[in-house]
Design a protein around this ligand. Sequence first.
Ligand code: ZN
Length: 427
Amino acid sequence: MVINFNNVPGTREEMLALQEKGLVWTVKHAYENCDFYRKKLDDAGVSPGDIKSLDDISKLPFTEKQDLREAYPFGLMSVPERDIIRIHASSGTTGKKTVAYYTRQDLDDWMEMMARCWHFAGITPEDRVQITVGYGLWTAGVGFQLGIERLGAMAIPVGPGGNELQMEMLIDLGATAICCTSSYALLLAEEVNKQGVQDKIKLRVGVIGSERWGKKMRARIEELLNIETFDIIGMTETYGPGTGIDCHVHEGIHYWSDYLIFEIIDPVTGIEVPPGEEGEMVVTTMRKEGMPLIRYRTRDITRQIIEECPCGSPFFRIDRILGRTDDMFKFRGVLVYPGQIDQMISEMEGLNCEYQVILKRDQGRDSMLLRVECTQDFCGDRSELAEEFLRMTKAKVGVSPQVEIVDCQCLPRTERKAKRVFDERDI
Ligand code: ZN
């Protein structure tokens, strides 16, 4: 085993002390070596000398996605260019991509975090891991691969090769673990089921990330593929995938709190929420050289879990990602997160995991249509099921959509991130 947890702080106090050191170092490093951060801190009237403890973090200004776009391509570089040995870039659906740059130590740290993720998922050098996510500018494929190789397992770097190739490799090479997006895991699980080749598949673990997925979807993937799944988080700005994962207890996600500081803030006021409350996740790196991040607003919605995990790991925890601040939508004055819809679906019998929300405006009045798939074997009354789901939505979210129950597997499945909210209102 290459991973060495000996240097990881064993107690919460020790972890916080290390975070404090990391914060002080990062602010000084960024201020002294990056014009972008120096200007940002000067504008906010903060100097590195003001940051002495973790509590001082709230004095620092936020860094936003827009800042990264404006600094495109190399505006956040905080070391001489000769020390950068790799770049990656995010897909960026609108506008310019976000470019990330890595020193040798940054890549080494990322590899360590990814290897820890695989270790948490129970992967050993005996395992064969099929990678179905993208390579190239993307951080995903190469990030997963680095971790697999660091751990000493066998990487099968298929990339996004389409169903036929994935199935062929899965069966012929006997992968015991797979990494993919949740939409693709579902698509593959349904394909394996359709072809009836469950007994030819040796999978036991799925490491799944890059988008939010509900409990029901997770249960369906686990059932159809007969695997244990792990929810991995990360983004290009924070190295890439692998900044955290759930453990065998599956109660929230451990993040590598000896490399990263997470805060949860109110997305509207920017003030830190009380411990345990939901809000937007904000990340500060502790030892990233090439492109440090100071209070980066991730737009992911989650909450801190303060209680110690039954698994005994000293790494801090957050809840699974509930949604994105950009996916939040307002319907007749009520703020709705897609994660709330996932949650309700998972609590109700007869419903499958996929859904769509369609928002329209007709003569100044908003309407919301919620399409939900029923399970394959559902043979009850669909309008009763819709009525029951509507009652639950009213009670739990405070909105009254029109609910339509549709056939199992009739909503689109995709290899990419699924789009589930269609806001057709002219705003
Ligand atoms: Zn745990």
